[in-house]
Design a protein around this ligand. Sequence first.
Ligand SMILES: CC(C)(COP(=O)(O)OP(=O)(O)OC[C@H]1O[C@@H](n2cnc3c(N)ncnc32)[C@H](O)[C@@H]1OP(=O)(O)O)[C@@H](O)C(=O)NCCC(=O)NCCS
Length: 154
Amino acid sequence: MSISLRPVTAENWRALIKLKVREDQSHFVASNLYSIAQAQFGFDDEGHWDLFPFGAYDGEKPVGFLMYCFNFNHSRYQAFILRLMVDEKFQGKGYGREIMTLTLGRFRADERIKSVGISYEPENEGARKLYASLGFVEPGELLEGETLAVLNLR
Ligand SMILES: CC(C)(COP(=O)(O)OP(=O)(O)OC[C@H]1O[C@@H](n2cnc3c(N)ncnc32)[C@H](O)[C@@H]1OP(=O)(O)O)[C@@H](O)C(=O)NCCC(=O)NCCS
């Protein structure tokens, strides 16, 4: 398996919006179409967060989607992983872990990023286990109804 992250472009967005999670997982993550729309605007919290959406590819095959955002002036976390999904056909094969490992490697290489935030529905045990195994710790707070977890990189 060799996972790569490719920015969403005019060429690949149609293939990426076809990726879907299982019906019973649909409340865990927004659709990729929604995320790509959201990425155009960013949002404000202690300054502006810019959003970066990516397709996750195994070779030439799109298998998942990731979106993170940066605000290097934020006091608590300077990178936030807003979206992660692996298409239902490709789950349980290690892609989710590989996408996260690749992403955290990028963040570790950037000195402006001291901590990374992520959030998930409280009942999303799969996501919680994956992030905990990568070092994310729950401070015991909710962020817009989701469980917050933070990874300190430096
Ligand atoms: C969460 C998700 C991205 C994981 O991707 P994946 O490719 O299936 O995950 P992997 O095969 O890399 O498994 C990684 C770890 O996730 C955990 N995990 C994944 N799905 C799980 C499940 N249904 N139950 C328990 N643990 C699970 C395991 O701890 C696994 O650990 P291991 O590597 O020691 O086996 C994927 O299941 C998904 O898209 N889910 C629906 C959307 C979602 O919940 N996104 C996260 C929103 S915050």
